[in-house]
Design a binder for this molecule. Structure first.
Ligand code: SF4
Length: 417
């Protein structure tokens, strides 16, 4: 392992410290509806007991701010003190409304307003509030949801992602607000690794290095999701880049924690975790071979298990032996049974080669987030689905029970052309 990147230390709540010499902080996110207070409180308790040091909850509507408040006070009354992170998309009003409620707020300031100057002004106001309440924030930019202004100005490359983040980093520095974590996630492991490397370099050159929240977004599920996350996250942690991690899986969120805990222990003084033999073999191999493959130091790996070898090679984008799947982990915005649908899509499309298929939980963020996908299956709500070809919606309002078959037809028709 190279030297750990020297960062500032961010404090979330009373005692979660993120940065530099502190052990890597493990976190996950609820996939319950925030309006379902009972279910969200129960899930937070389960995640806290399983070792999640921060728990993120989506706040899709202003009405959910009250729900979040209630969730937090019930947790605190029951002695669960894990800091909560509000996940905000687009609305600066909601972002500002949750500041008094939770310890940390995740935002993409570029999406605060379509007019970039207005977005900057709103971000300035938001920082003022966070300072007043002594909150932490995460500036979270994902490949695929960079916003029109950013893509027009910088493009859509890993370097552009880092440059876009630097604009907000600079605003935090100018405002004298340093309780900041930054993330630049992507589902493509090469893009993700390069984006973080660029950002680490740029912050170092700037002389202020905020801690990094590292993760592969929409990694999918099962072995593939775990391997994709491990190859990319371990490559960065190996270089000393990364202070808090989330392993996003399209599975119940508690399943993410042992994988994240394995990584945190392997690359810092975080406590160890006990895993099944098979899972440990998979995670270890993904971490051992991820960096050499992603860095093109080797072209092949000495694994006898052909399946595991193919999975690791595909996660590192060195061989494509099956379709590339992108699936969001689901959250309080998810509009159908994501896990079950994703498994049905995988079973029905496994024969296709050289395609990227995305399965996304909601129409608000799904289309933007699925970045490189050739085809997308996106929940609309009320039992309906929209199917996408690239970024274009091509079939709308398809009943859920027909949507997988229609997706297969669409791919077959395109491939026959
Ligand atoms: S795309 Fe998935 S994870 Fe992202 S906001 Fe929508 S449902 Fe939640």
């Amino acid at each position: 392992m190279k030297e750990i990147l020297e960062t500032r230390t961010v404090r979330v709540g009373e005692n979660v410290l993120i940065g530099s010499g502190h052990p890597i902080v493990v976190q996950t996110m609820c996939n319950t509806h925030t309006s379902d207070i009972e279910a969200t409180v129960a899930q937070c308790k389960l995640l806290a007991a399983a070792g999640s040091q921060l728990i993120r909850i989506t706040v899709p509507a202003m009405a959910d701010v009250k729900h979040l408040e209630e969730i937090r006070s019930r947790l605190r009354a029951d002695g669960v003190n894990t800091p909560l992170v509000a996940d905000i998309h687009f609305s600066s009003e909601i972002a500002m409304a949750v500041v008094p409620v939770v310890e940390k707020i995740r935002i993409n300031p570029g999406n605060f307003h379509p007019d970039h100057e207005k977005a900057r002004a709103l971000f300035g106001q938001f920082l003022g509030l966070c300072k007043q309440y002594d909150r932490a924030i995460r500036i979270g930019l994902n490949h695929g949801s960079l916003g029109k202004y950013i893509v027009e100005k910088y493009g859509n490359t890993p370097e552009a992602m880092a440059l876009a983040a630097m604009e907000w980093v600079e605003m935090c520095i100018e405002a004298g607000f340093y309780n900041v974590v930054v993330s630049l996630k992507a589902s493509n492991t090469v893009v993700m690794v390069n984006a973080y490397r660029n950002l680490a370099r740029m912050m170092k050159e700037r002389g202020v290095v905020f801690p990094l929240h590292v993760g592969v977004t929409e990694a999918g599920n099962g072995d593939s999701g775990r391997i994709k996350s491990c190859v990319a996250i371990s490559t960065l942690l190996e270089e000393g880049i990364g202070n808090t991690i989330r392993v996003s899986l399209t599975e119940p969120p508690q399943n993410e924690l042992p994988v994240a805990q394995y990584l945190a222990h392997r690359y810092s003084s975080a406590p160890s975790v006990s895993l099944g033999e098979r899972e440990e073999t998979i995670l270890k191999a993904a971490c051992d071979y991820g960096a050499p493959l992603l860095n093109h130091e080797v072209d092949d790996i000495p694994l006898e298990d052909e399946y595991l070898k193919d999975e690791i090679l595909q996660a590192c984008r060195r061989k494509f032996y099956k379709p590339e799947y992108i699936a969001c982990p689901g959250c309080g915005r998810t509009l159908y049974n994501l896990e079950e649908t994703f498994n049905r899509v995988k079973a029905a499309t496994g024969e296709f080669k050289d395609v990227v298929i995305a399965v996304m939980g909601c129409i608000v963020n799904g289309p933007g987030e699925m970045a490189d996908a050739d085809y997308g299956y996106v929940g609309e709500g009320a039992g309906k689905v929209t199917l996408y070809r690239k970024k274009e919606p091509v079939l709308r309002h398809i009943p859920e029970n027909e949507a997988v078959d229609r997706l297969v037809e669409l791919i077959k028709t395109d491939q026959a052309k």
